[in-house]
Design a protein around this ligand. Structure first.
Ligand SMILES: CC(C)(COP(=O)(O)OP(=O)(O)OC[C@H]1O[C@@H](n2cnc3c(N)ncnc32)[C@H](O)[C@@H]1OP(=O)(O)O)[C@@H](O)C(=O)NCCC(=O)NCCS
Length: 146
């Protein structure tokens, strides 16, 4: 069973580090292609939307970062520490967000790097469909109707 808690100010650095570890193959190049500096990204990371820690048995498993824009919930990031992956936690987070936001938004949207086949498979299993390809970034936009 997972527990969700709003991120504490002192956790943002830890979450950013996790993001760099888990997305090391594409984060830097993606920011460069989007012409966003690390400093600008840090600022967005700390100010945009809602950041939550995900806990498994009192242990920090990872975090997610969401932002509601009108009738769309943007899932900017879902990152779990290696030892907490493949235990159904990502699936539980997606199910929790779907039930919490059903009626409040029409869809959940996210961007995922084309190389991240495991994540794409998980999103597809939860009803997400690719709606757009950002070819220059090697990213796809996936959407789930609620
Ligand atoms: C991608 C990510 C969020 C998926 O979350 P997860 O908790 O690992 O995913 P789940 O466990 O729900 O499902 C993934 C796999 O575990 C299996 N699984 C699900 N419940 C399980 C359980 N109780 N015990 C063992 N395995 C289980 C699923 O069958 C699935 O297998 P598959 O990927 O080989 O098809 C997570 O792995 C992660 O943070 N990865 C690194 C960062 C990243 O890539 N984030 C996404 C960026 S868009």
């Amino acid at each position: 069973m997972i527990r969700i808690e709003a991120a504490q100010a002192e956790q943002y650095d830890q979450f950013m580090q996790l993001m760099h570890e888990e997305a090391r193959e594409y984060l830097q190049s993606t920011l460069e292609l989007m012409q966003i500096s690390q400093k600008q990204f840090d600022h967005l990371f700390r100010t945009l939307g809602e950041m939550c820690g995900v806990y498994e048995d009192q242990r920090l498993a990872g975090f997610y970062w969401i932002e509601q824009r009108e009738r769309v919930l943007h899932l900017h990031a879902l990152m779990l520490r290696l030892q907490h992956q493949s235990k159904g936690i990502g699936s539980q987070v997606l199910e929790m967000l779907s039930s919490r936001y059903r009626g409040m938004v029409d869809s959940i949207e996210l961007g995922v790097h084309d190389s991240n086949e495991r994540a794409i498979r998980m999103y597809e299993r939860h009803g997400f469909k690719t709606v757009k390809h950002l070819c220059d970034l090697n990213f796809r936009v996936m959407q789930k109707q609620l």
